[in-house]
Design a protein around this ligand. Structure first.
Ligand code: BG6
Length: 547
């Protein structure tokens, strides 16, 4: 009998080699504004804890929570522990010693966001933390509060000197300042000098429309230089989203096809089966357009449509993304908006066989709300590569399932060579980038049905991440938090990008103000959205891909 030895999985699967190559960040303290909020508890603490367990946090690390609720450091630690236990893949109960080590680095300051006194308390807490945790004066200010507080916080960070460090006795920073080797005014504006740095991470929504986004940009830029501003869009932290660039630019065979010559149209679908959940007050001020299309979906569009950057660095990548956004013309009139966009709102229905209420029946939603929970739009990217190629985007809540994908629909073969097959009967080739949940890439093509005559059948070639790499993805936030600690802005939205996205979204919002809203609800929960959305694409002789 032959003895069988089993190798560890990592050795079995050569595709996994290199997955554990990590970069190291400087020591730092993360100040979490909105420390008691939903996002921090559901996403951010778990991400930091996972990074900690996987030994990816810097040696000197601390989180200083800042929020109104009065909590001691210990109470804060306990509340973070509960959330991490609930949401993180690494549970504190599994490794109490790992949790204890992480918890030692959690601190809390209780204050209103617009109380100057609170920022003085924060400054002395941070000095204490620097000494205790070796965080060396490096700070990330993370804005995870309702957006109404952003300008207060930014203003106070500026006035208190926390953003520049000038008012504080930060050991490393002060010593370099005293040597006069750097201009104190630009001291914190540059990394790589060995000096302490100050960065700000801003959660979405980044503004409410173009004017408010511009104003927010203006306020932040008075306090932080652009390369220290991290406008976060968690879609850019998803592995499959980053892979769009790798797929396009690390392979020689796709890029030549990636243009109006061969592509008929592109569809971007972000389908969610969830409803508004307990986010009524936010969602009532947002709606599907502001919540998803203006940011996540526009990011996907730019990655699909952009030109190859000259390098994979923040400036080159974001320059190309911004160029795409500049080529998407905002709609000029309400007529154009009516022609190219659709709004929907779900009524009662069923998801996975379970009855669910309509949007207007959800908790805290007004019974006559006209907020859209579905949006579809047709855009054109007016440049040499894409002229005349429509990009159809659709997103909705309470659709039959969660599914995000980008499909590239190629033009049909030009000539019907095979008997009894008219060109219009051939299925066009479709390349699908499956963003989530079944992460992968597939390509549909025509194949001969086995048998004596030539009959065609559409078949699919598949790449699946899970099967190929055999690894569970880290949450998008882990990647982005790590990048923020490393000072790498490549996967964050630059000032011009966010404003260009708002320029487009605002043209739709303004158009909608002039067009009476459709009679809501206009789609049943558990259906694929309003019938008018099918007409939007059917008018062009096309149809939404069936998911
Ligand atoms: C958030 C939106 O930005 O993204 C939510 O506010 C949405 O409404 C969520 O559900 C979707 O994120 P993901 O990663 O689940 O696709």
């Amino acid at each position: 009998m032959v003895a069988v030895t089993t190798k560890p999985a990592a050795v079995d699967n050569p595709l996994r080699e290199g997955l554990r190559m990590h970069r190291t960040a400087d020591p730092c303290a993360v100040v979490m504004f909105g420390a008691t909020g939903d996002l921090a508890h559901r996403k951010l603490y778990e991400a930091f804890y996972n990074l900690s367990v996987e030994r990816r946090l810097p040696q000197g690390f601390a989180i200083v929570g800042f929020a109104r609720r009065p909590l001691t450091d210990d109470e804060f630690r306990e509340s973070v522990k509960e959330s991490v236990e609930k949401y993180a893949r690494n549970k504190p109960s599994q490794r109490p010693s790992a949790w204890n080590a992480f918890a030692q680095g959690l601190f809390y300051v209780s204050s209103d966001f617009d109380d100057a006194e609170g920022y003085t308390k924060l400054a002395s807490k941070l000095e204490e933390v620097d000494k205790q945790r070796g965080t060396m004066g490096n700070r990330i200010f993370y804005l995870s509060t309702p957006p109404d507080f952003y300008s207060h916080i930014i203003g106070h960070l500026g006035e208190s000197g926390l953003a520049s460090g000038k008012s504080q006795g930060v050991s490393k920073a002060t010593s370099v300042l005293n040597t006069g080797t750097l201009n104190p005014n630009t001291f914190f504006a540059h990394d790589g000098t060995g000096a302490a740095w100050r960065r700000i991470v801003v959660e979405k929504p980044f503004g409410h429309d173009l004017a408010s986004a511009q104003e927010l940009n203006r306020q932040i830029s008075e306090v932080f230089p652009e390369d220290h501003i991290f406008r976060i869009d968690h879609y850019l932290g998803k592995e499959t989203v980053q892979n769009i660039l790798v797929f396009r630019f690390a392979n020689g065979i796709f890029e030549p096809l990636w243009s109006r010559r061969y592509v008929d149209h592109v569809q971007i679908t972000v389908a969610e089966s969830l409803g508004v959940e307990d986010r009524a007050s936010y969602y009532e001020t947002a709606g599907a357009l502001r919540d998803m299309l203006q940011n996540h979906m526009m990011e996907l569009l730019t990655l699909v449509a952009m030109e190859p950057p000259t390098a994979f660095d923040a400036q080159s990548v974001r320059d190309e993304k911004a160029k795409v956004l500049r080529a998407v013309k905002p709609f000029a009139t309400p007529g154009e908006v009516a022609q190219n966009t659709i709004r929907g709102q779900y009524g009662p229905g069923a998801i996975y066989g379970k009855a669910v209420p309509g949007y207007r029946q959800e908790k805290d939603i007004p019974h006559n709300s006209n907020i859209e929970t579905y949006v579809a739009a047709r855009f054109f990217v007016d440049n040499w590569r894409w002229a005349g190629v429509p990009f159809y985007l659709r997103h909705g809540k309470r659709l039959p399932k969660r599914d995000t994908e980008i499909s590239i629909h190629f033009k049909a073969a030009p000539h019907a060579l095979f008997q009894h097959t008219a060109a219009d009967e051939l299925e066009p080739n479709v390349l699908v980038l499956h963003i989530q949940p079944d992460e992968g890439i597939s390509l549909n093509f025509e194949s001969k049905l086995p048998g004596p005559s030539i009959k065609l059948r559409s078949v699919e070639m598949n790449f699946n991440y899970g099967a190929s790499f055999g690894i569970e993805f880290a949450d998008a936030y882990e990647r982005l938090l790590m990048d923020a600690m490393l000072g790498d802005t490549t996967l964050f939205t630059r000032r011009d990008e966010v404003e260009l996205m708002w320029l487009i979204a605002t043209s739709i919002l303004e158009g909608w103000e002039h067009i009476p809203p459709p009679t809501f609800p206009n789609y049943r929960a558990g259906s694929w959205g309003p019938a008018v959305a099918d007409e939007l694409i059917a008018r062009d002789g096309r149809s939404w891909r069936r998911l």
